[in-house]
Design a protein around this ligand. Structure first.
Ligand code: ADP
Ligand code: MG
Ligand code: MG
Length: 876
């Protein structure tokens, strides 16, 4: 049988979204509900995909189906294409599965030509409406189908207005419209070297093709990547009989939300314009009226519209965003979809709808996009001030929030200036672990290099601090006293504002307003916690981060990166002593100095977590990260250490690696220097013993996690260092404290050998950053430079460091989980990479049955909601 590529509205319904697109499915649904929807049909998303498969050609099969449905539409409406007696005009509208507002194209009034326009003018006795519709069609067709500049058309309109001394579109009369048609057609002919097409069927096929093509325009591709929409979905095309809001003063067009999308208030919120068409309201050609005013102008239509809004809200069980047109007092519905709303509004609407009995708490949970919660947790710019500001550049929105401060170029400077009471923005080429304190002191961080998982991005997200990364347009002066961007120069001390949620950088101060978590938040999150299966832990390296995460609902720590503490205060000195030790004895001495400092750190974290589980990862980065690299710093350190500069330089050089991410790091350090693992074990165990003495009720059981393990013998080797040290300390205390040793799974070999590793490891934690890096063979610090080429070539659609690659990396995780659990059924499994805070990755993790995810403190609420949504979906 022939495949069906076209559906009449009354053949579809809301469940056919994948095939008909959101717009088409909802038009069908509204028709089925008996609402006044102009007749039409939908060309499926499969037809779009077929178009691309066939080398950007609409097949004869699809074309003949389209014409068949056009015949049906003519029968339904009693109108005919190009028939002067009763001409059919249609809109050709894009509509993908997910709503992509403004990303793709739509053409109105298609089917018009000279003859038809004259006939409409005569029969309606309203020539202005006839030629207004015609000139609009020429404009849209030229832009959408032929790519002619919209601007020139606007200029021609402005010229006519200027000639007549008028400013309003409404003051253009029938003759003006006729003249516009003439001028537009001339412009078209000059540029296209052909006459404006008069055959409606030809117009239509070109329009349909243009809509298919708009699926792959640049803005659509960009939007898809931002919103995780695969290019394989394609767009549907809706062909719908026109109704006319531009037919006189008892006609109009408008848009409305069933509730206020900014505040969530349960009150119709919308705008309309009389004697207007299509996007006039949104495009701002005139100042629109508030929806309430429709009650006076067109009371019947208003009452009917209110009823329909109410019906639609109940039907879809979600706030609706609707488009309508009124023709001679009669209302037509042209679109409905779930309305986009602010995070504040989303929570209020969800709670209200539960109170109204419209939704169960589980259903309410599904109405809020998890990522949106972020906006509630960070300061934001005063919206009024932001509207007036112009960005100087834009880069990656690496860590959300808004920051405003004076420019500094180093971490030390940041600390100094903040101590004087100033607010600063730290601008760096890139950041390194030594910058942590300066980063914490700054309001926000701007880096020239680096992607979403660069050091700056990861650390900033952990601290809940605003960060924009990878701003390649910026060049910092060699003496670090200024930077230039797009022709402008900014000096130390100049004001800068960063929007970490959009990646925009403003060369001025913009007022920020603090985050506010309302009562709705708590109520809503309680429902989320009741619905989820996954436990939510946090990645935290300091008591401060840990406490913040607990406030946001973290149930434990899934990752303490011990090295982050090393940069603090005097600790770095002892670390360097250890690295530079020439004899075992020197090494042991240095480790002895570090141990109590680490112990103190761990005690702080145990205290902050009040008995919740804490997983501590042993030293991970290559040692050279702790040594200075600039000649003056090397000289300074040599002096401090009582070493020769050359000797120190030689040591620094000897530690330098060609490929540090695959170098001497993780448990490899413990294999070379067993003293490090012993020292860290002493610190962990002593800290836990002490805290348990003070708070026996907490009953802390340390979880020790060994990084970058690849082989069972390696795991056994390091584990033995841990157990020997720990058992002795515990026995010495006469305690019966338990502790657990587990392995990170971040080397593909570990995933494959998981069955063996589980004989020794009590838990696995998937370090998905490294696992992604090693599975793809992409360095996460360098992938940003070549991934864009992969996006344009449609090889990869997503940054695998931001969205877990479920097919490749995901398969390794599944293999490891299965093999691990086959050996040890109660093996505890979690994810502690950046993906632990990403909703689609969390859904995957829930689906394969892991026990927990761990993410940065500020992503904890998002993870709680995402885990609830995943569980609800998977229960269905
Ligand atoms: P978008 O997806 O960008 O909103 P639409 O396809 O919804 O684009 O159409 C753009 C505008 O044209 C909307 O205001 C819509 O209401 C209006 N419109 C679309 N089809 C018709 C029609 N058949 N009759 C009257 N107006 C229409
Ligand atoms: Mg629309
Ligand atoms: Mg790692």
């Amino acid at each position: 049988m022939e495949k069906k590529y076209v559906y009449l509205f009354n053949e579809g319904n809301a469940d056919m979204r994948d095939l008909l697109g959101g717009k088409g499915a909802n038009l069908a649904e509204m028709s089925n509900l008996g609402m006044p929807v102009p007749n039409g049909f939908t060309i499926t998303t499969e037809a779009c995909n077929k178009y691309y498969e066939d080398g950007e050609k609409i097949s004869d099969e699809i074309q003949s189906q389209i014409f068949k449905y056009l015949d049906l539409l003519e029968k339904e409406t009693g109108k005919k294409f190009a028939d002067p007696e009763n001409p059919l005009l249609v809109s050709v509208r894009s509509g993908a599965r997910a709503s992509m507002p403004g990303m793709m194209d739509t053409i109105l009034n298609l089917g018009i030509n000279d003859e038809v326009a004259d006939a409409i003018a005569e029969k309606s006795g309203n020539p202005r409406y006839a030629y207004d519709s015609y000139r609009r069609f020429i404009q849209m067709f030229s832009d959408v189908v032929k790519g002619l500049s919209k601007k020139r058309f606007e200029e021609i309109i402005d010229e006519i207005k200027a000639e007549k001394g008028i400013t309003e579109d409404l003051d253009l009369d029938a003759d003006d419209m006729k003249k516009l048609v003439q001028l537009f057609k001339e412009f078209y002919q000059e540029n296209m070297n052909e006459e404006f097409p008069t055959d409606p069927k030809k117009q239509m096929m070109e329009a349909v093709e243009a809509v298919f093509k708009s699926w792959n325009n640049e803005r659509a591709i960009y939007y898809r990547r931002q919103n995780d929409i695969p290019s394989s979905w394609g767009t549907a095309v809706n062909v719908q009989m026109m109704v006319f809001g531009n037919r006189g003063n008892d006609c109009g067009t408008g848009v409305a939300f069933s509730r206020n999308p900014a505040t969530g208030e349960n009150k119709l919120y919308g705008e309309f314009l009389m004697n207007a068409q299509g996007e006039d309201v949104v495009a701002g050609v005139r100042t629109p009226n508030r929806i309430e005013q429709l009650a006076e102008i067109s009371p019947e239509a208003y009452e009917q519209f209110k009823k329909i809004c109410n019906t639609l809200e109940h039907h879809y069980k979600n706030m609706q965003d609707m488009e309508f047109t009124i023709e001679h007092g009669k209302l037509y519905m042209l679109q409905t979809r779930n309305g986009k709303r602010t995070a504040q509004a989303a929570l209020k609407v969800a709670c209200d709808m539960v109170d109204e009995g419209l939704l169960t708490p589980e259903e309410a949970l599904m109405t809020v996009e998890a990522n949106q919660l972020d906006a509630l947790l960070h300061p934001m710019f005063d919206p009024e001030e932001l509207k007036k500001a112009q960005p100087v550049t834009a880069a990656l929105p690496a860590s959300p929030g808004a920051a405003c401060g004076q420019i500094v170029f180093s971490a030390d400077e940041a600390i100094e200036e903040v101590a004087k009471g100033k607010k600063v923005i730290l601008v760096r080429l890139e950041t390194s672990p030594e910058d942590i304190q300066g980063m914490a002191a700054a309001e926000g961080i701007l880096t020239v290099r680096g992607g979403m998982t660069s050091h700056a991005a990861v650390v900033a997200r952990g601290m809940g601090e605003c960060c924009v990364s990878g701003a390649g347009d910026i060049s910092i002066a060699a003496d670090e006293s200024s930077f230039t961007v797009n022709g402008k120069t900014f000096n130390r001390g100049d004001w800068l504002s960063l929007d970490g949620s959009t990646g925009k950088v403003y060369g001025q101060a913009i007022k920020t307003i603090p985050a506010e978590i309302s009562g709705y938040f708590e109520r809503f999150m309680k429902w989320a916690d009741e619905s989820r299966r996954l436990q939510i832990r946090t990645n935290a390296d300091t008591p401060r981060d840990a406490a913040q995460a607990v406030k946001f609902g973290a149930e434990g720590i899934g990752l303490v990166r011990t090295e982050h503490m090393f940069f603090d205060g005097d600790k770095i000195k002892s670390i360097r002593e250890m690295i530079l030790a020439k004899t075992n004895e020197q090494m042991e001495n240095a480790l002895k100095k570090i141990e109590p400092l680490q112990q103190e750190d761990f005690e702080g974290i145990y205290e902050a977590m009040e008995g919740r589980p804490v997983t501590i990862r042993y030293l991970d980065p290559p040692l050279h990260e702790f040594l200075p690299h600039k000649p003056e710093e090397v000289a300074e350190l040599a002096n401090e250490m009582g070493m020769g500069v050359e000797e120190l330089q030689a040591k620094v050089d000897s530690l330098r690696e060609v490929n540090p991410m695959m170098g001497h790091r993780g448990s490899r350090l413990d294999v070379s220097y067993p003293g490090i693992a012993r020292m860290q074990t002493e610190a962990v165990i002593r800290a836990a013993l002490n805290v348990n003495k003070k708070h026996p009720e907490w009953n802390v059981e340390p979880e020790i996690m060994l990084p970058l393990i690849g082989d069972l013998k390696e795991l056994k080797f390091v584990k033995k260092l841990v157990t020997e040290t720990a058992d002795e300390l515990i026995a010495h205390e006469g305690s019966n404290m338990k502790y657990h040793v587990g392995s990170m799974i971040e080397v593909p070999r570990a995933a494959l050998k998981a069955g063996e590793l589980a004989t020794e490891a009590e838990f696995f934690s998937f370090g998905t950053n490294d696992l992604t890096q090693l599975t793809f063979g992409f360095s996460r610090d360098d992938a940003g430079s070549f991934l864009p080429a992969y996006y344009s070539a449609k090889i990869y659609e997503q940054d695998p460091f931001a969205k877990l690659d479920q097919e490749g990396v995901g398969e390794l995780i599944q293999i490891a989980a299965q093999r691990g659990r086959a050996t040890r059924p109660n093996l505890h499994l979690g994810v502690c990479g950046e993906h632990g805070g990403d909703p689609s990755s969390i859904e995957f993790v829930d689906g394969i049955g892991l026990d927990y995810v761990s993410c940065s403190p500020y992503r904890v609420p998002i993870a709680r909601l995402a885990a609830a949504q995943a569980a609800i979906k998977h229960r269905k």
